[in-house]
Design a protein. Structure first.
Length: 501
Protein backbone atom coordinates (compact mmCIF):
# COMPACT_ATOMS: atom_id res chain seq x y z
CA UNK A 1 0.00 0.00 0.00
CA UNK A 2 2.42 2.40 0.87
CA UNK A 3 4.51 3.58 -1.71
CA UNK A 4 6.26 5.57 0.44
CA UNK A 5 9.08 7.51 -0.07
CA UNK A 6 12.08 5.69 -0.40
CA UNK A 7 13.59 7.53 2.19
CA UNK A 8 16.13 5.05 2.97
CA UNK A 9 17.34 4.76 -0.49
CA UNK A 10 17.42 8.29 -0.69
CA UNK A 11 19.46 8.60 2.34
CA UNK A 12 21.88 6.29 0.75
CA UNK A 13 22.18 8.31 -2.38
CA UNK A 14 22.35 11.32 -0.24
CA UNK A 15 25.32 10.09 1.65
CA UNK A 16 27.03 9.12 -1.47
CA UNK A 17 26.58 12.60 -2.77
CA UNK A 18 27.63 14.31 0.36
CA UNK A 19 30.73 12.31 0.41
CA UNK A 20 31.83 14.05 -2.71
CA UNK A 21 30.23 17.40 -2.61
CA UNK A 22 29.06 18.24 0.88
CA UNK A 23 26.15 19.96 -0.77
CA UNK A 24 22.98 20.61 1.09
CA UNK A 25 21.01 17.60 2.16
CA UNK A 26 18.04 16.39 0.26
CA UNK A 27 15.87 13.43 0.91
CA UNK A 28 14.40 11.53 -1.95
CA UNK A 29 10.91 10.49 -1.12
CA UNK A 30 10.18 6.81 -0.78
CA UNK A 31 6.99 4.93 -0.66
CA UNK A 32 5.80 4.82 2.92
CA UNK A 33 6.29 1.12 3.45
CA UNK A 34 9.92 1.24 2.48
CA UNK A 35 10.44 3.63 5.33
CA UNK A 36 9.28 1.21 7.93
CA UNK A 37 12.02 -1.04 9.15
CA UNK A 38 11.33 -4.79 9.06
CA UNK A 39 11.66 -4.84 12.86
CA UNK A 40 9.03 -2.18 13.20
CA UNK A 41 6.69 -3.92 10.75
CA UNK A 42 7.19 -7.11 12.71
CA UNK A 43 6.34 -5.45 15.98
CA UNK A 44 3.09 -4.03 14.68
CA UNK A 45 2.22 -7.33 12.99
CA UNK A 46 2.56 -9.48 16.06
CA UNK A 47 0.23 -7.09 17.84
CA UNK A 48 -2.62 -8.28 15.64
CA UNK A 49 -3.71 -11.64 14.37
CA UNK A 50 -6.76 -13.68 13.55
CA UNK A 51 -7.34 -12.04 10.18
CA UNK A 52 -6.03 -14.76 7.89
CA UNK A 53 -4.26 -18.07 7.45
CA UNK A 54 -0.75 -18.21 6.03
CA UNK A 55 0.19 -20.40 3.04
CA UNK A 56 3.16 -20.90 0.78
CA UNK A 57 3.26 -21.53 -2.94
CA UNK A 58 6.18 -22.92 -4.93
CA UNK A 59 6.91 -20.15 -7.39
CA UNK A 60 9.22 -20.18 -10.39
CA UNK A 61 12.24 -17.89 -10.21
CA UNK A 62 12.20 -16.51 -13.73
CA UNK A 63 9.02 -16.44 -15.79
CA UNK A 64 10.62 -14.99 -18.88
CA UNK A 65 13.48 -17.28 -19.66
CA UNK A 66 13.94 -20.94 -20.54
CA UNK A 67 17.50 -21.42 -19.48
CA UNK A 68 17.92 -24.04 -16.76
CA UNK A 69 18.60 -21.58 -13.89
CA UNK A 70 15.28 -19.90 -14.48
CA UNK A 71 13.48 -23.08 -13.40
CA UNK A 72 14.69 -22.68 -9.82
CA UNK A 73 11.85 -22.11 -7.39
CA UNK A 74 11.19 -20.28 -4.16
CA UNK A 75 8.45 -20.28 -1.55
CA UNK A 76 6.06 -17.38 -2.00
CA UNK A 77 3.91 -16.49 0.98
CA UNK A 78 0.25 -15.61 0.70
CA UNK A 79 -2.48 -14.97 3.23
CA UNK A 80 -6.02 -16.15 2.81
CA UNK A 81 -9.37 -15.50 4.50
CA UNK A 82 -12.33 -17.56 3.31
CA UNK A 83 -14.69 -16.76 6.17
CA UNK A 84 -17.07 -14.78 3.97
CA UNK A 85 -16.63 -16.68 0.74
CA UNK A 86 -19.80 -17.67 -1.08
CA UNK A 87 -17.97 -20.64 -2.59
CA UNK A 88 -16.92 -21.95 -5.98
CA UNK A 89 -20.39 -23.25 -6.87
CA UNK A 90 -21.80 -19.76 -6.61
CA UNK A 91 -18.81 -18.40 -8.54
CA UNK A 92 -18.31 -16.02 -5.64
CA UNK A 93 -15.59 -13.40 -6.16
CA UNK A 94 -11.91 -13.57 -5.26
CA UNK A 95 -10.32 -10.35 -4.03
CA UNK A 96 -6.56 -10.28 -4.32
CA UNK A 97 -4.21 -7.75 -2.79
CA UNK A 98 -1.01 -7.24 -4.81
CA UNK A 99 1.77 -7.09 -2.25
CA UNK A 100 4.17 -4.19 -2.22
CA UNK A 101 7.68 -3.65 -0.98
CA UNK A 102 7.45 -5.16 2.49
CA UNK A 103 6.01 -7.84 4.73
CA UNK A 104 2.59 -8.81 3.35
CA UNK A 105 1.05 -9.13 6.82
CA UNK A 106 1.66 -5.48 7.37
CA UNK A 107 -0.23 -4.61 4.19
CA UNK A 108 -3.07 -6.99 5.00
CA UNK A 109 -3.48 -5.34 8.37
CA UNK A 110 -3.52 -1.91 6.81
CA UNK A 111 -6.12 -2.85 4.19
CA UNK A 112 -9.20 -3.10 6.36
CA UNK A 113 -11.35 -2.04 3.43
CA UNK A 114 -11.07 -5.50 1.90
CA UNK A 115 -12.09 -7.21 5.15
CA UNK A 116 -15.01 -4.85 5.55
CA UNK A 117 -16.43 -5.33 2.06
CA UNK A 118 -15.81 -9.10 1.88
CA UNK A 119 -19.12 -10.01 3.60
CA UNK A 120 -21.10 -7.82 1.20
CA UNK A 121 -19.51 -9.46 -1.86
CA UNK A 122 -19.18 -12.93 -0.29
CA UNK A 123 -15.59 -12.68 -1.40
CA UNK A 124 -12.56 -14.73 -0.46
CA UNK A 125 -9.54 -12.56 0.38
CA UNK A 126 -6.01 -13.30 -0.75
CA UNK A 127 -2.93 -11.19 -0.02
CA UNK A 128 0.15 -12.16 -2.00
CA UNK A 129 3.63 -11.19 -0.88
CA UNK A 130 6.00 -9.56 -3.36
CA UNK A 131 9.12 -11.56 -4.16
CA UNK A 132 12.26 -10.55 -2.24
CA UNK A 133 10.23 -9.17 0.67
CA UNK A 134 9.09 -10.61 3.95
CA UNK A 135 9.22 -14.40 3.78
CA UNK A 136 9.11 -14.67 -0.02
CA UNK A 137 12.82 -14.78 -0.58
CA UNK A 138 14.36 -16.66 -3.51
CA UNK A 139 17.57 -18.66 -3.21
CA UNK A 140 16.46 -20.95 -0.43
CA UNK A 141 14.70 -18.24 1.52
CA UNK A 142 18.05 -16.82 2.55
CA UNK A 143 17.97 -13.07 2.20
CA UNK A 144 21.69 -12.78 2.76
CA UNK A 145 22.19 -14.74 -0.44
CA UNK A 146 19.21 -13.34 -2.34
CA UNK A 147 20.00 -9.73 -1.52
CA UNK A 148 23.69 -10.00 -1.95
CA UNK A 149 24.55 -9.06 -5.50
CA UNK A 150 22.93 -7.91 -8.69
CA UNK A 151 23.13 -11.43 -10.10
CA UNK A 152 20.79 -12.72 -7.38
CA UNK A 153 18.74 -9.53 -7.08
CA UNK A 154 18.30 -9.51 -10.83
CA UNK A 155 15.09 -11.53 -10.55
CA UNK A 156 13.39 -8.79 -8.59
CA UNK A 157 11.24 -6.68 -10.87
CA UNK A 158 7.66 -5.56 -11.26
CA UNK A 159 7.17 -7.75 -14.32
CA UNK A 160 8.33 -10.85 -12.44
CA UNK A 161 6.08 -9.88 -9.53
CA UNK A 162 3.04 -9.52 -11.80
CA UNK A 163 3.80 -12.89 -13.38
CA UNK A 164 4.06 -14.41 -9.89
CA UNK A 165 0.64 -13.03 -9.04
CA UNK A 166 -0.93 -14.35 -12.24
CA UNK A 167 0.62 -17.78 -11.77
CA UNK A 168 -0.47 -18.04 -8.16
CA UNK A 169 -4.01 -16.79 -8.81
CA UNK A 170 -4.56 -19.23 -11.67
CA UNK A 171 -3.26 -22.12 -9.58
CA UNK A 172 -5.32 -21.13 -6.56
CA UNK A 173 -8.50 -20.93 -8.66
CA UNK A 174 -7.80 -24.39 -9.97
CA UNK A 175 -7.29 -25.74 -6.43
CA UNK A 176 -10.51 -24.11 -5.27
CA UNK A 177 -12.34 -25.41 -8.37
CA UNK A 178 -13.24 -21.76 -8.86
CA UNK A 179 -12.11 -21.08 -12.40
CA UNK A 180 -15.29 -19.10 -13.07
CA UNK A 181 -15.02 -16.89 -10.00
CA UNK A 182 -14.23 -13.30 -10.94
CA UNK A 183 -10.97 -11.88 -9.57
CA UNK A 184 -10.69 -8.25 -8.55
CA UNK A 185 -7.25 -6.94 -7.62
CA UNK A 186 -6.45 -4.28 -5.05
CA UNK A 187 -3.36 -2.37 -4.10
CA UNK A 188 -2.12 0.84 -2.58
CA UNK A 189 0.99 2.81 -3.41
CA UNK A 190 3.45 0.53 -5.26
CA UNK A 191 0.86 -2.22 -4.76
CA UNK A 192 -1.65 0.07 -6.45
CA UNK A 193 0.67 0.49 -9.41
CA UNK A 194 0.93 -3.28 -9.62
CA UNK A 195 -2.87 -3.61 -9.44
CA UNK A 196 -3.40 -1.15 -12.29
CA UNK A 197 -0.70 -2.75 -14.40
CA UNK A 198 -2.03 -6.22 -13.62
CA UNK A 199 -5.43 -5.30 -15.02
CA UNK A 200 -3.75 -3.91 -18.15
CA UNK A 201 -1.47 -6.91 -18.69
CA UNK A 202 -3.58 -9.77 -17.35
CA UNK A 203 -7.19 -8.87 -18.26
CA UNK A 204 -7.92 -12.60 -18.57
CA UNK A 205 -7.04 -13.06 -14.88
CA UNK A 206 -8.56 -9.97 -13.22
CA UNK A 207 -11.84 -8.33 -14.19
CA UNK A 208 -10.91 -5.06 -12.51
CA UNK A 209 -8.47 -3.21 -10.27
CA UNK A 210 -8.72 -0.74 -7.43
CA UNK A 211 -5.44 1.16 -7.66
CA UNK A 212 -5.21 3.40 -4.65
CA UNK A 213 -2.62 6.19 -4.56
CA UNK A 214 -0.73 4.57 -7.41
CA UNK A 215 1.79 7.01 -8.91
CA UNK A 216 2.03 5.24 -12.25
CA UNK A 217 2.97 8.54 -13.89
CA UNK A 218 5.83 9.40 -11.52
CA UNK A 219 8.40 8.61 -14.20
CA UNK A 220 10.77 10.39 -16.49
CA UNK A 221 9.25 13.00 -18.82
CA UNK A 222 5.75 12.46 -17.47
CA UNK A 223 5.49 14.74 -14.45
CA UNK A 224 7.67 17.43 -13.00
CA UNK A 225 10.14 16.22 -10.39
CA UNK A 226 8.84 19.09 -8.27
CA UNK A 227 5.30 17.78 -7.84
CA UNK A 228 6.05 15.77 -4.76
CA UNK A 229 7.72 18.51 -2.77
CA UNK A 230 5.25 21.09 -4.10
CA UNK A 231 2.43 19.11 -2.55
CA UNK A 232 4.28 18.69 0.74
CA UNK A 233 4.90 22.45 0.75
CA UNK A 234 1.25 23.13 0.06
CA UNK A 235 0.15 20.81 2.85
CA UNK A 236 2.08 22.76 5.49
CA UNK A 237 1.28 26.15 3.97
CA UNK A 238 -2.40 25.34 4.04
CA UNK A 239 -2.21 24.98 7.81
CA UNK A 240 -0.33 28.20 8.45
CA UNK A 241 2.00 30.54 6.64
CA UNK A 242 4.12 30.87 9.77
CA UNK A 243 4.55 27.10 10.00
CA UNK A 244 5.81 27.02 6.43
CA UNK A 245 8.18 29.93 7.04
CA UNK A 246 9.66 28.50 10.22
CA UNK A 247 10.37 25.18 8.56
CA UNK A 248 11.70 26.74 5.39
CA UNK A 249 14.00 29.02 7.38
CA UNK A 250 15.30 26.25 9.60
CA UNK A 251 17.66 24.56 7.14
CA UNK A 252 20.03 27.49 6.96
CA UNK A 253 19.88 27.91 10.71
CA UNK A 254 20.87 24.27 11.15
CA UNK A 255 23.79 24.70 8.76
CA UNK A 256 24.90 27.93 10.40
CA UNK A 257 24.73 26.37 13.85
CA UNK A 258 26.61 23.26 12.73
CA UNK A 259 29.40 25.48 11.46
CA UNK A 260 29.98 27.20 14.79
CA UNK A 261 32.22 25.69 17.49
CA UNK A 262 30.07 23.45 19.67
CA UNK A 263 27.26 23.77 17.15
CA UNK A 264 26.83 20.05 16.58
CA UNK A 265 26.50 19.49 20.33
CA UNK A 266 23.92 22.24 20.48
CA UNK A 267 21.91 20.59 17.70
CA UNK A 268 22.17 17.23 19.41
CA UNK A 269 20.83 18.76 22.59
CA UNK A 270 18.07 20.78 20.93
CA UNK A 271 16.75 17.73 19.11
CA UNK A 272 17.54 15.23 21.88
CA UNK A 273 19.50 12.93 19.64
CA UNK A 274 21.24 9.81 20.92
CA UNK A 275 23.88 9.94 18.21
CA UNK A 276 26.98 11.82 19.16
CA UNK A 277 28.45 11.98 15.70
CA UNK A 278 26.00 13.58 13.35
CA UNK A 279 26.26 16.13 10.61
CA UNK A 280 23.88 18.91 9.72
CA UNK A 281 22.94 16.75 6.74
CA UNK A 282 21.92 13.82 8.95
CA UNK A 283 19.69 16.06 11.01
CA UNK A 284 18.10 17.70 7.99
CA UNK A 285 17.35 14.31 6.45
CA UNK A 286 15.77 13.17 9.61
CA UNK A 287 13.56 16.24 9.81
CA UNK A 288 12.64 16.15 6.12
CA UNK A 289 11.72 12.52 6.43
CA UNK A 290 9.30 13.36 9.24
CA UNK A 291 7.76 16.18 7.23
CA UNK A 292 7.31 14.03 4.11
CA UNK A 293 5.83 11.01 5.83
CA UNK A 294 3.52 13.10 7.89
CA UNK A 295 2.20 14.67 4.70
CA UNK A 296 1.71 11.23 3.15
CA UNK A 297 -0.12 9.89 6.16
CA UNK A 298 -2.14 13.00 6.95
CA UNK A 299 -5.16 10.88 7.84
CA UNK A 300 -8.33 12.29 9.38
CA UNK A 301 -8.21 9.79 12.24
CA UNK A 302 -5.44 8.54 14.54
CA UNK A 303 -3.34 5.95 12.69
CA UNK A 304 -0.43 3.63 13.03
CA UNK A 305 0.81 3.06 9.52
CA UNK A 306 4.38 4.24 9.26
CA UNK A 307 4.37 5.18 12.92
CA UNK A 308 1.68 6.06 15.49
CA UNK A 309 0.21 9.46 14.67
CA UNK A 310 -2.70 11.62 15.82
CA UNK A 311 -5.53 12.58 13.47
CA UNK A 312 -4.55 15.36 11.04
CA UNK A 313 -0.84 15.17 11.96
CA UNK A 314 0.22 18.00 9.61
CA UNK A 315 -2.11 20.33 11.48
CA UNK A 316 -0.71 19.02 14.78
CA UNK A 317 2.85 19.68 13.68
CA UNK A 318 2.02 23.19 12.60
CA UNK A 319 0.20 23.81 15.86
CA UNK A 320 3.35 22.75 17.68
CA UNK A 321 5.41 25.14 15.57
CA UNK A 322 2.98 28.04 15.91
CA UNK A 323 2.38 27.53 19.61
CA UNK A 324 3.70 30.18 21.98
CA UNK A 325 4.71 27.47 24.41
CA UNK A 326 7.29 26.26 21.90
CA UNK A 327 9.09 29.56 22.48
CA UNK A 328 10.73 31.73 19.85
CA UNK A 329 13.51 29.37 19.03
CA UNK A 330 13.35 27.66 15.66
CA UNK A 331 14.94 24.50 17.04
CA UNK A 332 12.53 24.21 19.94
CA UNK A 333 9.65 24.55 17.50
CA UNK A 334 11.07 22.03 15.09
CA UNK A 335 11.84 19.62 17.87
CA UNK A 336 8.22 19.87 19.01
CA UNK A 337 7.07 19.06 15.46
CA UNK A 338 9.50 16.16 15.03
CA UNK A 339 8.44 14.81 18.40
CA UNK A 340 4.93 14.30 16.99
CA UNK A 341 6.19 12.08 14.20
CA UNK A 342 8.96 10.24 16.01
CA UNK A 343 7.57 10.09 19.53
CA UNK A 344 3.78 10.18 19.49
CA UNK A 345 3.81 7.08 21.65
CA UNK A 346 5.85 9.04 24.20
CA UNK A 347 8.20 6.13 24.72
CA UNK A 348 11.33 7.43 22.98
CA UNK A 349 14.15 8.37 25.32
CA UNK A 350 16.39 9.93 22.70
CA UNK A 351 16.18 9.99 18.89
CA UNK A 352 18.41 7.63 17.00
CA UNK A 353 19.21 9.09 13.61
CA UNK A 354 20.41 6.09 11.75
CA UNK A 355 19.69 4.73 8.35
CA UNK A 356 19.51 1.45 6.56
CA UNK A 357 18.42 0.31 3.18
CA UNK A 358 15.69 -2.06 2.04
CA UNK A 359 14.77 -3.90 -1.11
CA UNK A 360 13.22 -0.82 -2.64
CA UNK A 361 16.71 0.52 -3.10
CA UNK A 362 17.36 -2.14 -5.68
CA UNK A 363 14.07 -1.47 -7.42
CA UNK A 364 14.75 2.24 -7.48
CA UNK A 365 18.11 1.53 -9.06
CA UNK A 366 16.78 -0.66 -11.84
CA UNK A 367 13.35 0.29 -13.16
CA UNK A 368 11.69 2.52 -10.57
CA UNK A 369 13.53 5.66 -11.52
CA UNK A 370 11.09 8.20 -10.16
CA UNK A 371 12.06 11.82 -10.59
CA UNK A 372 11.57 13.04 -7.05
CA UNK A 373 13.12 15.21 -4.47
CA UNK A 374 13.74 18.24 -6.59
CA UNK A 375 12.78 21.44 -4.91
CA UNK A 376 11.96 24.79 -6.40
CA UNK A 377 12.26 28.24 -4.82
CA UNK A 378 8.97 28.01 -2.97
CA UNK A 379 9.74 24.62 -1.54
CA UNK A 380 9.62 23.98 2.16
CA UNK A 381 12.78 21.89 1.70
CA UNK A 382 16.27 23.09 0.81
CA UNK A 383 16.63 23.79 -2.89
CA UNK A 384 17.95 20.85 -4.82
CA UNK A 385 17.63 20.01 -8.48
CA UNK A 386 16.77 16.42 -9.30
CA UNK A 387 19.43 14.99 -11.60
CA UNK A 388 19.16 11.66 -13.33
CA UNK A 389 22.94 11.53 -13.34
CA UNK A 390 23.07 11.36 -9.55
CA UNK A 391 20.84 8.32 -9.48
CA UNK A 392 22.78 6.67 -12.26
CA UNK A 393 26.12 7.10 -10.57
CA UNK A 394 24.80 6.06 -7.17
CA UNK A 395 23.34 2.87 -8.63
CA UNK A 396 26.44 2.13 -10.59
CA UNK A 397 28.49 2.51 -7.45
CA UNK A 398 26.17 0.46 -5.27
CA UNK A 399 25.04 -2.37 -7.54
CA UNK A 400 27.36 -2.13 -10.54
CA UNK A 401 24.41 -1.91 -12.87
CA UNK A 402 22.94 0.73 -15.15
CA UNK A 403 19.38 1.75 -14.32
CA UNK A 404 16.82 1.57 -17.12
CA UNK A 405 14.89 4.78 -16.58
CA UNK A 406 12.64 4.27 -19.61
CA UNK A 407 11.73 0.65 -19.04
CA UNK A 408 8.55 1.18 -16.98
CA UNK A 409 6.99 3.49 -19.55
CA UNK A 410 8.10 1.14 -22.32
CA UNK A 411 6.51 -1.85 -20.60
CA UNK A 412 3.37 -0.25 -19.17
CA UNK A 413 2.95 3.05 -20.97
CA UNK A 414 2.25 6.38 -19.36
CA UNK A 415 2.64 8.93 -22.12
CA UNK A 416 -0.81 10.21 -23.14
CA UNK A 417 -2.28 7.64 -20.83
CA UNK A 418 -5.84 8.86 -21.33
CA UNK A 419 -5.74 8.67 -25.10
CA UNK A 420 -4.07 5.26 -25.05
CA UNK A 421 -6.05 3.57 -22.28
CA UNK A 422 -9.50 4.69 -23.34
CA UNK A 423 -9.15 2.54 -26.49
CA UNK A 424 -8.14 -0.68 -24.81
CA UNK A 425 -8.39 -0.43 -21.03
CA UNK A 426 -11.34 -0.81 -18.69
CA UNK A 427 -12.36 -1.43 -15.09
CA UNK A 428 -9.74 0.44 -13.11
CA UNK A 429 -10.40 2.81 -10.24
CA UNK A 430 -7.60 5.28 -9.60
CA UNK A 431 -8.06 6.76 -6.14
CA UNK A 432 -5.96 9.71 -5.06
CA UNK A 433 -6.05 12.05 -2.09
CA UNK A 434 -4.70 15.44 -3.04
CA UNK A 435 -2.90 15.96 0.28
CA UNK A 436 -0.80 12.95 -0.55
CA UNK A 437 2.45 14.09 -2.20
CA UNK A 438 2.31 10.98 -4.41
CA UNK A 439 -0.94 12.16 -5.96
CA UNK A 440 1.14 14.30 -8.31
CA UNK A 441 2.10 11.11 -10.15
CA UNK A 442 -1.40 9.64 -10.09
CA UNK A 443 -4.19 9.45 -12.66
CA UNK A 444 -6.44 12.33 -11.65
CA UNK A 445 -8.89 12.47 -14.55
CA UNK A 446 -11.57 10.11 -15.73
CA UNK A 447 -10.42 8.34 -18.86
CA UNK A 448 -13.62 6.54 -19.81
CA UNK A 449 -16.82 5.24 -18.23
CA UNK A 450 -14.90 2.34 -16.70
CA UNK A 451 -11.52 3.98 -16.08
CA UNK A 452 -12.50 6.14 -13.16
CA UNK A 453 -10.47 8.67 -11.21
CA UNK A 454 -11.75 9.27 -7.69
CA UNK A 455 -10.09 12.33 -6.27
CA UNK A 456 -10.48 13.42 -2.65
CA UNK A 457 -9.27 16.92 -1.92
CA UNK A 458 -8.70 16.13 1.76
CA UNK A 459 -7.32 12.60 1.28
CA UNK A 460 -3.86 11.21 2.03
CA UNK A 461 -1.97 8.09 0.92
CA UNK A 462 -4.47 5.26 0.18
CA UNK A 463 -6.69 6.38 3.02
CA UNK A 464 -9.62 4.61 1.33
CA UNK A 465 -8.05 1.18 1.95
CA UNK A 466 -7.72 1.62 5.69
CA UNK A 467 -10.09 0.12 8.26
CA UNK A 468 -13.05 2.44 8.72
CA UNK A 469 -13.53 4.18 12.06
CA UNK A 470 -16.44 5.94 13.71
CA UNK A 471 -14.71 9.27 13.20
CA UNK A 472 -14.33 8.93 9.44
CA UNK A 473 -15.43 12.10 7.66
CA UNK A 474 -18.33 12.01 5.17
CA UNK A 475 -16.11 12.44 2.11
CA UNK A 476 -14.18 9.29 3.02
CA UNK A 477 -17.37 7.28 3.51
CA UNK A 478 -18.52 8.52 0.12
CA UNK A 479 -15.29 7.46 -1.57
CA UNK A 480 -15.63 3.94 -0.22
CA UNK A 481 -19.31 3.77 -1.21
CA UNK A 482 -18.42 4.84 -4.72
CA UNK A 483 -15.71 2.19 -4.93
CA UNK A 484 -18.07 -0.54 -3.75
CA UNK A 485 -20.65 0.55 -6.29
CA UNK A 486 -18.16 0.45 -9.15
CA UNK A 487 -16.78 -2.96 -8.14
CA UNK A 488 -20.35 -4.25 -7.88
CA UNK A 489 -20.97 -3.13 -11.45
CA UNK A 490 -17.87 -4.96 -12.73
CA UNK A 491 -18.93 -8.16 -11.05
CA UNK A 492 -22.52 -8.07 -12.26
CA UNK A 493 -21.29 -7.29 -15.77
CA UNK A 494 -19.02 -10.32 -15.51
CA UNK A 495 -21.89 -12.62 -14.47
CA UNK A 496 -24.02 -11.30 -17.33
CA UNK A 497 -21.23 -11.98 -19.80
CA UNK A 498 -20.84 -15.46 -18.35
CA UNK A 499 -24.56 -16.20 -18.85
CA UNK A 500 -24.41 -15.01 -22.42
CA UNK A 501 -21.47 -17.36 -22.98
C1 LIG B 1 -11.35 -13.35 8.37
O1 LIG B 1 -11.44 -12.01 8.84
C2 LIG B 1 -12.38 -11.80 9.86
C3 LIG B 1 -12.35 -10.33 10.18
O2 LIG B 1 -12.92 -9.61 9.15
C4 LIG B 1 -12.06 -12.65 11.06
O3 LIG B 1 -13.06 -12.48 12.04
C5 LIG B 1 -11.98 -14.09 10.66
O4 LIG B 1 -11.59 -14.88 11.75
C6 LIG B 1 -10.97 -14.27 9.53
N1 LIG B 1 -10.98 -15.64 9.05
C7 LIG B 1 -9.90 -16.39 8.96
C8 LIG B 1 -10.07 -17.75 8.40
O5 LIG B 1 -8.81 -15.99 9.32
C1 LIG C 1 -2.58 -26.09 -5.18
O1 LIG C 1 -2.47 -27.41 -4.74
C2 LIG C 1 -1.20 -28.01 -4.94
C3 LIG C 1 -1.30 -29.47 -4.54
O2 LIG C 1 -1.73 -29.57 -3.22
C4 LIG C 1 -0.18 -27.26 -4.11
O3 LIG C 1 1.11 -27.80 -4.31
C5 LIG C 1 -0.18 -25.79 -4.52
O4 LIG C 1 0.70 -25.06 -3.69
C6 LIG C 1 -1.59 -25.22 -4.41
N1 LIG C 1 -1.60 -23.87 -4.94
C7 LIG C 1 -1.75 -22.80 -4.18
C8 LIG C 1 -1.80 -21.47 -4.86
O5 LIG C 1 -1.84 -22.85 -2.98
C1 LIG D 1 32.55 10.94 13.16
O1 LIG D 1 32.37 10.84 11.76
C2 LIG D 1 33.49 11.25 10.98
C3 LIG D 1 33.14 11.13 9.52
O2 LIG D 1 31.81 11.50 9.27
C4 LIG D 1 34.68 10.40 11.32
O3 LIG D 1 35.81 10.88 10.63
C5 LIG D 1 34.95 10.43 12.81
O4 LIG D 1 35.97 9.52 13.13
C6 LIG D 1 33.68 10.05 13.60
N1 LIG D 1 33.93 10.17 15.01
C7 LIG D 1 33.50 9.27 15.89
C8 LIG D 1 33.75 9.56 17.31
O5 LIG D 1 32.88 8.26 15.53
C1 LIG E 1 9.88 36.05 21.99
O1 LIG E 1 9.68 37.13 21.11
C2 LIG E 1 9.00 38.23 21.70
C3 LIG E 1 8.70 39.26 20.63
O2 LIG E 1 9.76 39.34 19.71
C4 LIG E 1 9.83 38.78 22.86
O3 LIG E 1 9.15 39.84 23.50
C5 LIG E 1 10.07 37.68 23.86
O4 LIG E 1 10.93 38.12 24.88
C6 LIG E 1 10.70 36.46 23.20
N1 LIG E 1 10.75 35.35 24.13
C7 LIG E 1 11.84 34.61 24.30
C8 LIG E 1 11.72 33.49 25.31
O5 LIG E 1 12.86 34.79 23.69
C1 LIG F 1 9.00 11.42 24.16
O1 LIG F 1 7.78 11.75 24.79
C2 LIG F 1 7.82 11.60 26.21
C3 LIG F 1 6.41 11.87 26.74
O2 LIG F 1 5.93 13.07 26.29
C4 LIG F 1 8.86 12.54 26.79
O3 LIG F 1 8.93 12.36 28.18
C5 LIG F 1 10.21 12.23 26.15
O4 LIG F 1 11.18 13.16 26.60
C6 LIG F 1 10.11 12.32 24.65
N1 LIG F 1 11.35 11.91 24.03
C7 LIG F 1 12.16 12.76 23.42
C8 LIG F 1 13.40 12.19 22.81
O5 LIG F 1 11.94 13.93 23.31
C1 LIG G 1 16.69 -8.27 1.83
O1 LIG G 1 15.72 -9.16 2.29
C2 LIG G 1 14.83 -8.72 3.28
C3 LIG G 1 13.90 -9.81 3.64
O2 LIG G 1 14.32 -10.41 4.79
C4 LIG G 1 14.12 -7.49 2.82
O3 LIG G 1 13.23 -7.04 3.80
C5 LIG G 1 15.14 -6.43 2.47
O4 LIG G 1 14.49 -5.28 2.05
C6 LIG G 1 16.12 -6.93 1.44
N1 LIG G 1 17.19 -5.99 1.22
C7 LIG G 1 17.67 -5.69 0.00
C8 LIG G 1 18.80 -4.73 -0.04
O5 LIG G 1 17.23 -6.15 -1.01
C1 LIG H 1 -15.25 10.47 -12.70
O1 LIG H 1 -16.56 10.03 -12.95
C2 LIG H 1 -17.32 9.71 -11.79
C3 LIG H 1 -18.69 9.27 -12.22
O2 LIG H 1 -18.62 8.25 -13.11
C4 LIG H 1 -17.45 10.93 -10.89
O3 LIG H 1 -18.10 10.56 -9.70
C5 LIG H 1 -16.05 11.43 -10.57
O4 LIG H 1 -16.15 12.62 -9.81
C6 LIG H 1 -15.26 11.70 -11.82
N1 LIG H 1 -13.90 12.02 -11.44
C7 LIG H 1 -13.29 13.15 -11.75
C8 LIG H 1 -11.89 13.33 -11.27
O5 LIG H 1 -13.84 14.02 -12.39
C1 LIG I 1 23.65 8.68 11.05
C2 LIG I 1 24.07 7.44 10.38
O1 LIG I 1 24.02 6.36 10.92
N1 LIG I 1 24.49 7.58 9.15
C3 LIG I 1 24.94 6.46 8.36
C4 LIG I 1 23.99 6.20 7.19
O2 LIG I 1 24.50 5.27 6.25
C5 LIG I 1 25.74 5.63 5.72
C6 LIG I 1 26.11 4.64 4.65
O3 LIG I 1 26.12 3.32 5.15
C7 LIG I 1 26.77 5.71 6.85
O4 LIG I 1 28.04 6.04 6.33
C8 LIG I 1 26.33 6.77 7.83
O5 LIG I 1 27.21 6.80 8.91
Amino acid sequence: MAIVFQFIIILFSLFFLMYFTFTCAHVIPKLPSSAVSPELQQRSISAQNGLYRTKFFTQILDHFNYNPQSYQTFQQRYLINDTYWGGAKKKAPIFVYMGNEGDIQWFAQNTGFMFEIAPYFNAILVFIEHRYYGKSIPFGGNDEVANKTSSTLGYMSSTQALADYATLIIDLKKNLSATDSPVVVFGGSYGGMLAAWFRMKYPHVAIGALASSAPILQFLDLVSPYTFTNIVTQDYKSESENCYKVIKGSWKEIDDTANTPGGIEQLQKSFRLCNNNISAGDLKNWLQTALMYTAMTDYPTPSNFVTPLPAYPVKKMCEAIDSKSSGNETFTKLYAAANIFYNYSGSVICFDISNDSGGWDWQSCTEMIMPLGGNNEESIFPAHKWELEETLSYCKQTYHIDPRPHWITTEFGGHDIGRVLKRYGSNIIFFNGLRDPWSGGGVLKNISKTLIAIVAKEGAHHVDLRFSTKEDPEWLKDVRKQEVKIITSWISQYYQDLLQG
